[in-house]
Design a protein around this ligand. Structure first.
Ligand code: 26Q
Length: 822
C-alpha cells in the first residue's frame, strides 16, 4: 500500500490565517500562542473532516463488523502533533509555520494533554485506537468525557499537590458534539413486572427512577497515511429537563434538582486510582452511564440496517477494557429482552457472542466487587438480570462439579453479598485474555485457575504493544530520521522492519551516530529539567529513568533505597570509579495513597541532600520530574539510557513503558515480570540486565506466608544503614519520624499485611549487583552502543499494530475497509 498525502502548503497557510480572523477577529500576528494553536488545529481538522466523513460512509456502505472498545479510560495525550504525523503532513506544516515565523513546538505546547486515564490501561486504549485506524479496521472507542482528567501534579516542598485538570478550559478544537445521538440512562427506582396478556410475556418496567441524558462528543482518530478516520466517542451528561427548575407546577421540583446534580456529578472527574478499587457509588454510576449509552447506540446503529437482533454479533463486538465496563453484559441482555423482545436464551446467545474481556491485573486490591445493596439500589433491573445469570451459572457449576461447594464459593458471580465483576465478565465473555505471556500463564494457573479448567477455550494471550507513530516518529524525530535514512520508512507501519538495522550494530560510525542522537535527546531533556526543576544535569552522565504510576509493587522505593546506598558508598570512597549517574523519577500517586505519597517526599528529600552535596562532584544527581504525563513522556523516553522495570515479579501484568524505552534505545534493568520476559526473549539476555526473584519464587514465598526481612536487616550492614537513615533524620532533619511508616512497611507485619510485601529487601543485593553491571557495561562504549541498538532493532514485536492484528484474527474477526477518496 502506498501511503501519501495531498497536502497543499499555500492553501493550508491561508486556512490558518482565515481561522485567526474567524475565531478571534485578528490577524495571525495579533494572536497569542494559544489562539495560534487553535487556528492551526482547526486547519488540521479541516483536512481530517473529509476523511472522517468518507470513512463512515464506507462503513455504512459495506455494512461491516465494528469493534467497540469499551473503556473508562483513554489516555490520548495531545492530538495536534499526532494528527499532523498521521496525516503525513508534519514536516510540511512545520515549514508553513516557520514561514509564518511560528515554532511548531511552541504551538504543540499550547495543547493540554487529554488525560482521560490513569496510566497503562488508558494509554493502551489510546495506542489501540491509533493502530486500528492505521490498519484500516472499523472501530469505536467508547468512553466518558470527564470534565476533569487525571490531576496535574505539583511538587511543593517535596510533597505532591493535586491540581484540577481543567483540560476543556479553552475548548477542544477537534471534538464534535453529536446532539442527534442522545440517550436516556436510568438509575434507581424499582422494577414493576406484569404479564402482557397478548403475548404472554413477562414484562419489566423501571419506575420512579432518576435519569440523565447522555450526549456524545466525537473525536477523530486518524490512521497513518490512509483515509481512515475512526471515532473516539466520549459521553457527556446533561439533565433530562432543566425546564422543571424554572416552574414549580411542571412536574417534581425535588426530582428535577436531583437529576440536575446527577448529570453534573456523573462526568465531573476521572477517579485517579490506578490498580485500586474503592467501592464508590459514583464510580458505578459512571460505569453504567457510558456503557448504557454506548450499547443503546450500537443496537440502534445495527437496527438501521437489520431487523433481527439475534445476529447482532455479526456486526458488532464489545471489548471490555478490564472489568470496569462489565455491566455491558447485563445492559445488552436488558435491551435485547425488555426492548427488543428476545427470550432469555436468545439474548444470552447473542450476548455471549458479542462481549469479550481483557484482564489487566492480578493485584487483589484492584478486583471490582460491588456490595449487593449498592448495586441493586442503583441498578434494579440490571441486578435482576445479573442474579439470573448467576443462578444459571451456579447450576452449570453444580452439573459439572456435583457436590463441590468450594467451586461455587470461588466462582459464583454473586457471593458473600458482593457482585464480582470479573466472574461476570468471564462467564459471559466469549474471550478472556491477559496482556503478556507470563500474565496469562499466571491467570490460567493461579488467579483464574477454576475458570480456566471449566472453559479453557475462552482463554488467550495478547501481549501488549505501543504505537511507534507517537513514541518514536513524533517523540524522537532525530532517531526516526536516522532510522529512515538507514532502512527506509516502512517501519512506521511495519515495526519488525527495524531488524534491518542489525547490520549496523557493529558499525563504528553508525554506533557513533546513534549515541550522538541519544546525547542530543539527553540535552533536550536536560533543558526541560532545567526549565521545570531548576536542576542542572549532565548529558554525559547515565540517564537512569523510572517513570510510571507510583505503586508499592512497582518498587520506586527499591530504586531510591539503592540511590541512598550508592551515595553512602561514594561518601566512604570518594574516588570510587563510577560513571556519573542521573536518577530520574516521574510518578503520580493516587490522592489517597499515603505510603505512595510519602515515597515521593522521600525521593525529593534524598534528591535535596545529594544534589546539594558538593563533595561528590556531581557523580550522582536525583531528579523528580513534576507532572509526568504522555507529552513529557515522549521527551523522557527518547533521552533514557537505562529503563527501570523493577516490579516484584508476578505483579506487573505487562507494562508498556518498558516497550517505549526499548524502542528509543535504552537498556532494560528489570525483573522477569510482565512483558520484560518477552523483551529479554527478543533482544537476548546479554542485552538487558535482569535481577531478582522469579515470579515462581515470589508466589512460593507468598503461599508460605512471606519471608523474614529482619534476617536481612540483621545480617546486611549496608542495608541496615540505609534503613536506619529513614528514621534518623538524615533525609528529614526537621522531622526524623517523617519516614517511619516506610521503615515499618519494610520490617514489621501490620494488621494482616506482611512485612516487606513486595520483597524489596529480598531483592536489594541482586538489584545493587545489577546496577553495578550497568556501570560496567556503560564503560565499554562500543559494547553499550551495540546493545542499545540491538534493543531498537528487536523492538518490532512490541508495536500495538501486532497486538491489534492478533485481537482481530483471534477475537474480533474484523475485515479491513479501505476508504477511497472521491
Ligand atoms: C477500579 C475501580 C475503581 C476505581 C479505579 C479502578 C481502576 C482504575 C485503573 C483499576 C485499575 C486501573 C488501571 C489498571 C492498569 O493500568 N493496569 C495496567 O494495564 C496495563 C495495560 O495492560 C499493563 O501494562 C500494566 O501492567 C497494568 O498494571
Amino acid at each position: 500500500m502506498v501511503r501519501t498525502n495531498t497536502f497543499n502548503k499555500e492553501e493550508f497557510k491561508k486556512d490558518i490565517k482565515d481561522n485567526c480572523k474567524l475565531l478571534y477577529r485578528k490577524n495571525i500576528d495579533e494572536c497569542d500562542d494559544q489562539q495560534k494553536f487553535q487556528a492551526v488545529a482547526y486547519s488540521v481538522k479541516n483536512i481530517i473532516i473529509d476523511k472522517w466523513i468518507a470513512t463512515h460512509k464506507e462503513y455504512e456502505k459495506q455494512d461491516v463488523k465494528i469493534v467497540c472498545y469499551m473503556s473508562m479510560e483513554f489516555l490520548m495525550g495531545r492530538a495536534l502533533g499526532n494528527n499532523m504525523i498521521n496525516l503525513m503532513a508534519y514536516d510540511e506544516i512545520k515549514e508553513v509555520l516557520a514561514e509564518l515565523g511560528i515554532d511548531i513546538n511552541v504551538i504543540e505546547d499550547q495543547e493540554p494533554d487529554a488525560a482521560l486515564g490513569n496510566g497503562g490501561l488508558g494509554r493502551l486504549a489510546a495506542c489501540f485506537l491509533d493502530s486500528l485506524a492505521t490498519l484500516e479496521y472499523p472501530a469505536y472507542g467508547c468512553g466518558i468525557r470527564y470534565r476533569y482528567g487525571m490531576f496535574k501534579q505539583e511538587i511543593k516542598d517535596g510533597y505532591q499537590i493535586e491540581v484540577p485538570d481543567n483540560w476543556l478550559k479553552d475548548g477542544n478544537p477537534f471534538e464534535i458534539k453529536r446532539d442527534e445521538y442522545r440517550y436516556e440512562v436510568k438509575f434507581g427506582g424499582y422494577v414493576r413486572s406484569y404479564r402482557d396478556e397478548k403475548t404472554g410475556r413477562d414484562m419489566f418496567v423501571q419506575e420512579d427512577y432518576r435519569s440523565v441524558i447522555a450526549v456524545p462528543y466525537d473525536l477523530p482518530v486518524v490512521g497513518y497515511g490512509n483515509n481512515t478516520v475512526n471515532t473516539l466517542r466520549i459521553w457527556d451528561a446533561e439533565p433530562v429537563n432543566t425546564f422543571n427548575l424554572n416552574s414549580f407546577d411542571k412536574g417534581d421540583y425535588q426530582k428535577a434538582i436531583e437529576e440536575e446534580n446527577l448529570a453534573k456529578n456523573i462526568v465531573e472527574v476521572l477517579y485517579p486510582n490506578d490498580n485500586h478499587y474503592a467501592g464508590k457509588e459514583l464510580r458505578l454510576k459512571q460505569q453504567y452511564f457510558f456503557v448504557s449509552a454506548s450499547v443503546q447506540r450500537a443496537v440502534d446503529q445495527y437496527k438501521k440496517h437489520h431487523d433481527d437482533c439475534r445476529k447482532l454479533y455479526e456486526k458488532v463486538t464489545f471489548q471490555l477494557n478490564d472489568t470496569h465496563p462489565t455491566v455491558a453484559v447485563a445492559e445488552l441482555m436488558r435491551i435485547l429482552m425488555d426492548e427488543e423482545g428476545l427470550e432469555w436464551d436468545e439474548a444470552w446467545d447473542v450476548t455471549t457472542k458479542t462481549v469479550a474481556y481483557t484482564n489487566h491485573t492480578i493485584m487483589s486490591e484492584a478486583l471490582e466487587k460491588w456490595p449487593l445493596e449498592l448495586f441493586s439500589r442503583l441498578l434494579p433491573r440490571i441486578y435482576q438480570i445479573v442474579e439470573e445469570i448467576n443462578r444459571r451459572f451456579v447450576e452449570e457449576i453444580k452439573t459439572k462439579y456435583p457436590g463441590d461447594q468450594e467451586k461455587i464459593r470461588k466462582m459464583a458471580i454473586i457471593y458473600d453479598g458482593q457482585v464480582k465483576m470479573a466472574h461476570l465478565a468471564i462467564c459471559a465473555g466469549y474471550s478472556v485474555n491477559g496482556v503478556a505471556k507470563l500474565h496469562t500463564e499466571i491467570l490460567e494457573k493461579q488467579e483464574l485457575k477454576d475458570f480456566y479448567e471449566m472453559m479453557p477455550q475462552k482463554f488467550n494471550n495478547k501481549t501488549n504493544g505501543i504505537t511507534q507513530r507517537r513514541f518514536l516518529l513524533h517523540g524522537n524525530p532525530l532517531l526516526s530520521a536516522w532510522i529512515t535514512d538507514k532502512i527506509g520508512d516502512a517501519w512506521v507501519t511495519d515495526l519488525p522492519q527495524l531488524k534491518k538495522l542489525l547490520p549496523y550494530v557493529d558499525d563504528e560510525k553508525a554506533q557513533q551516530e546513534f549515541m550522538q542522537i541519544k546525547r542530543k535527546n539527553k540535552v533536550r531533556l536536560a533543558k526541560y529539567i532545567k526549565e521545570h526543576n531548576g536542576i542542572d544535569v549532565d548529558p554525559d552522565s547515565i540517564f537512569d529513568v523510572q517513570v510510571k504510576r507510583l505503586h508499592e509493587y512497582k518498587r520506586q522505593l527499591l530504586n531510591i533505597l539503592h540511590v541512598m546506598y550508592l551515595y553512602n558508598e561514594l561518601k566512604k570512597n570518594p574516588d570510587m570509579d563510577m560513571t556519573p549517574r542521573t536518577f530520574i523519577f516521574g510518578a503520580k500517586a493516587a490522592a489517597g495513597y499515603r505510603i505512595a505519597k510519602l515515597t515521593i517526599k522521600l525521593i525529593n528529600n534524598v534528591a535535596d541532600v545529594i544534589n546539594n552535596d558538593a563533595s561528590i562532584n556531581g557523580k550522582i544527581k536525583v531528579v523528580f520530574i513534576e507532572n509526568y504525563r504522555v507529552s513529557n513522556g515522549e521527551i523522557i523516553f527518547a533521552a533514557a539510557d537505562v529503563s527501570e522495570q523493577i516490579s516484584t515479579a508476578s505483579k506487573e501484568a505487562s507494562g508498556t513503558g518498558n516497550m517505549k524505552f526499548m524502542l528509543n534505545g535504552a537498556m532494560t534493568l528489570g525483573t522477569m515480570d510482565g512483558a520484560n520476559v518477552e523483551i529479554v526473549q527478543e533482544v537476548g539476555i546479554e542485552n538487558a540486565v535482569i535481577f531478582g526473584l522469579s515470579s515462581d519464587e515470589v508466589i512460593r514465598y507468598e503461599n508460605e506466608g512471606g519471608y523474614d526481612p529482619m534476617e536481612i536487616f540483621n545480617n546486611d550492614q549496608a542495608v541496615r544503614e540505609i534503613l536506619t537513615e529513614l528514621i534518623n533524620g538524615k533525609y528529614s532533619p526537621e522531622d526524623p519520624e517523617m519516614f517511619r511508616d516506610i521503615y515499618n512497611s519494610l520490617l514489621s507485619n501490620q494488621g494482616g499485611r506482611r512485612a516487606d510485601t513486595y520483597f524489596i529487601l529480598k531483592d536489594f543485593r541482586s538489584y545493587a549487583e545489577a546496577q553495578k553491571q550497568i556501570d560496567a557495561r556503560y564503560k565499554n562504549s562500543a559494547g553499550w552502543a551495540k546493545s542499545v541498538m540491538l534493543n531498537v532493532a528487536n523492538a518490532g514485536k512490541f508495536s500495538s499494530d501486532r497486538t491489534i492484528e492478533e485481537y482481530v484474527s483471534d477475537i474480533w474477526k474484523l475485515k479491513k475497509v479501505h476508504v477511497p477518496m472521491n
